[in-house]
Design a protein around this ligand. Structure first.
Ligand code: XUL
Length: 558
């Protein structure tokens, strides 16, 4: 039998270049965490003057960008922090990473020579500051490309056709519509671009000192890749922007080697020169790997700047809602996902306004209010939401005569405010009722066999208890809530193993160690308790969707 063990004494480094921070997780050969670090963009790199890692452009509706150079500077800073923590870089056998999905970077013509000859005595940012034809990268929060989405869908024969081809209908944050907008509104900048990277392939490019490929999984978040063939769709490239193919480079599987680490990092941080860089991917696909999701009955929810719900599917059913991506660690299955823009920043907003900016008060409100919130339903969109496509605004309703036995005779009354405690419960129940409803509509398992929670808010027991009752299943957690950087470290190990074997090997080979003894062990965090409550939530969810449909008819994007 082939030996699938990882070399004892070696380390595997995973990054997560996300909206608000750059994180790193280092695993040893037994898959235990040996080091972690974080660079918080707002506080550690204040000279970029970001708020929550982004710039919200008040002059253009829905435009949200991040300074590309900040991500570059964060890489030097996090490596410097890891160096100070005495991490032995020489033991790192491979590196991979997660990038916030959809965000794009525009490399100026000629930048490849700067990238391939970086001087290890100088910081990265100083050397790459002139390398971008667009200085601020459009990111996943941007919703300014509705016109481009409509045009692309129309040109390929409709939204469902685009979903059939690429795994998703056109979405404002997806990279194809973003590129089309740049092509239309900044043609000189588009012409001056020699390579367009995703955040994932961008960070990998810096590490290898050359342009890295986009991986198949994150590539499916662009509305440009034929998901069946895992190749750029010529038809869609043509209707997106002229001359696009040469700017995109090649695609590669997630488990492939992007290249060896560049001399810059060997000399500046003492990485081993044989250290491999495995293709980076999106944060959600890598979370799927980090949570060791492997059964179609499992669902994961990631509660971060964005909230996402995802699972595994063996088939690709085109839909007008949600996304289908290739599974980064299994060549035969797909990842299915829903993404909400109003995640932690919206929870924080309600905490700040209603709970004196304190999570303790927020939690006490959750503890002291009854499940179902006496029929109070809230819709909180601090940012233009994706699911449902509704603009910024808060909407509150009270269901009168809601006995929780049936919806007969229930009257819906709109109100302008709730008391503070009800507002807190309404934002939490509202977010998870919406997730359950849309997950069911998208064909995800209901109830799931189990639900694995990750991301910052998964540390909140009160929130997880509501999740368990709303979804009607047990909720589990892994030791670290940073599944995106954990998944990247795991994918670094997986890619290393595939490279050693000269072919794809299932990631389960890595788990022959007995998962329970590793940092990936899942523990039960909350149970649904009483089935009657689950049934009542089912009714409430139905009513909520009815109200949501009315709101979309009245205010939504078509
Ligand atoms: C997924 C999405 C977000 C970002 C967050 O489609 O837009 O979850 O990946 O980093």
């Amino acid at each position: 039998m082939e030996d699938h063990s990882l070399p004892q004494g070696s380390y595997f480094l995973g990054f997560d270049s996300s909206t608000q921070s750059l994180k790193a997780t280092v695993l040893d050969a037994n898959l235990n965490i040996v080091a972690r670090e974080i660079v918080n963009f707002d506080s550690d790199l204040p000279h970029y003057k970001t708020k929550d890692g982004v710039y919200r452009d008040a002059s253009i509706n829905g435009r949200i960008v991040s300074p590309t150079l900040m991500w570059v500077e964060a890489l030097d800073l996090i490596l410097h922090k890891l160096q100070k923590s005495q991490l032995d870089f020489g033991r790192i056998a491979s590196v991979s990473g997660s990038g916030q999905q959809h965000g794009s970077v525009y490399w100026k013509k000629g930048s490849i020579s700067t990238l391939s000859s970086l001087d290890p005595t100088q910081p990265l940012a100083a050397q790459l500051s002139g390398s971008f034809s667009i200085k601020d990268s459009p990111i996943w929060m941007d919703s300014s490309t509705t016109e481009q989405c409509k045009a692309i869908e129309k040109a390929v024969g409709g939204a469902l056709e685009l979903s059939k081809l690429t795994g998703s209908r056109a979405y404002e944050r997806f990279t194809g519509p973003q590129i089309r907008k740049i092509y239309e509104t900044q043609p000189e900048a588009y012409d001056a671009t020699e390579r367009i990277s995703l955040v994932s392939s961008f960070m990998a490019s810096i590490l290898i000192g050359s342009y890295a490929c986009v991986d198949h999984t994150d590539g499916a978040g662009m509305n440009l890749m034929d998901i069946k063939d895992r190749a750029w769709s010529k038809k869609i490239l043509e209707v997106t922007a002229l001359g696009l193919e040469e700017k995109l480079g090649n695609l590669a599987p997630a488990y492939a080697v992007a290249g060896s680490i560049s001399l810059y990092f060997v000399e500046r941080y003492r990485f081993d020169k044989n250290c491999l860089i495995i293709q980076w991917s999106g944060d959600n696909p890598n979370s799927l790997a980090g949570l060791t999701l492997n059964s179609p009955g499992d669902l994961a929810i990631s509660l971060g700047t964005s909230d996402t719900v995802f699972g595994i599917s063996t088939e690709h059913k085109p839909s007008l809602e949600g996304h289908v991506f290739p599974n980064p660690v299994d060549t035969n299955s797909y990842m299915v996902m829903l993404c909400y823009k109003n995640g932690s920043l919206t929870r924080e907003d309600i905490r700040n306004r209603c709970a004196d900016s304190s999570w303790d008060i927020f939690n006490s409100y959750l503890q002291n209010t009854q499940p179902l919130n006496g029929g109070k339903l809230g819709f909180y969109y601090k940012d233009y939401e994706i699911i449902p496509p509704l603009p910024v605004g808060f909407h509150r309703f009270i269901l009168e005569n809601f006995t929780s036995e049936s919806l007969d005779g229930v009257k819906v009354r709109e109100v302008t405010e709730f008391d503070a405690a009800s507002e807190v419960r309404a934002v939490i129940e509202g977010q998870f009722l919406s997730m359950r409803a849309h997950a069911e509509r998208f064909g995800m398992p209901s109830p799931p066999t189990r639900l694995i929670a990750t991301g910052g808010a998964s540390n909140n027991e009160n929130i997880l208890s509501s999740v368990a009752s709303i979804f009607g299943c047990n909720v589990y957690k892994i030791q670290s809530s940073d599944s995106a950087s954990m998944g990247a470290a795991l994918r670094a190990a997986h890619g290393w193993l595939c490279n050693k074997s000269g072919k794809f090997v299932p990631i389960s080979c890595l788990f022959s160690y007995n998962l329970e003894k590793t940092s990936l062990n899942c523990t039960l965090a909350a149970s649904p308790g009483d089935q009657e409550l689950v049934n009542k939530y089912t009714l409430l969810m139905k009513k909520r969707i009815e109200i949501e449909n009315h709101l979309v008819e009245k205010l939504g994007r078509v």
